[in-house]
Write a new protein. Structure first.
Length: 218
């Protein structure tokens, strides 16, 4: 048995979770850059502390790895939302923090945006087959629904809001900011994507969503 094989076996037995996380991190980057058909498992293996054989051992095949990478990309944003601890904040502050987080997360994680764009090219075929992604996103809507309900109860949000529609509106702005940056920049220049302009857009996004949900004046 070669030294490389011995090292692989030790990785399996000593810290397989770390090995899988390492593989998924690289897989997200590769799939985001090259799509499902253009990504090579050999390339992912060369960028990790593992082998192609090990990747297939953990994930079955390239499609299995792609699905798990897609789940990992969604898990990252959902875990970030969970850390915000929004249930203990006043509803307006909770919503403002969630909107700002979404804007920042998408801006700082362009690979997530590209993964979603690629999955849209595939008509969400693989996402629809993932129970894990469905469960994650149901929880995200539940979180937003609680904020809306508290805001309505306190009289600061208008009644009858649809949390799913609100999630769509928050996501639409934050997603476009990343997904359309190349074409927007080519047409209008890059000024809006400088740090100062992005901070201003972030604040405008928060204020826009808060104004949209605000209860009408009596």
């Amino acid at each position: 048995m070669t030294m490389t094989a011995d090292s692989e076996r030790r990785s399996w037995t000593q810290n397989p979770d770390a090995v899988k996380r390492d593989i998924l991190t690289v897989a997200v980057s590769e799939f985001a850059a090259n799509g499902l058909s253009g990504t090579r498992v050999d390339t992912i293996a060369s960028r990790t502390r593992t082998s192609k054989r090990m990747i297939y051992y953990y994930f079955g095949d390239k499609l299995g790895l792609y699905t798990r990478a897609l789940e990992a990309a969604y898990l990252k944003v959902r875990e970030g939302e969970a850390k915000l601890d929004l249930d203990h904040l006043p509803p307006k502050e909770a919503l403002a923090r969630l909107v700002a987080f979404t804007f920042d997360h998408h801006r700082n994680n362009p690979d997530f945006i590209r993964m979603v764009m690629i999955e849209n090219i595939h008509n969400a075929e693989h996402l629809a087959a993932s129970q894990a992604i469905r469960d994650m996103n149901v929880a995200a809507i539940d979180k937003l629904a609680r904020i809306c309900r508290r805001g309505e109860d306190e009289g600061v949000f208008r009644a009858g809001m649809d949390p799913l529609a609100l999630h769509w509106q928050i996501s639409a702005i934050s997603f476009f900011n990343v997904s359309n940056r190349p074409t927007f920049s080519a047409i209008f220049g890059t000024d809006l994507f400088e740090d100062e302009a992005q901070a201003h857009l972030r604040q405008q996004t928060v204020e826009t969503i808060l104004a949209m949900v605000a209860a009408p004046p009596r």
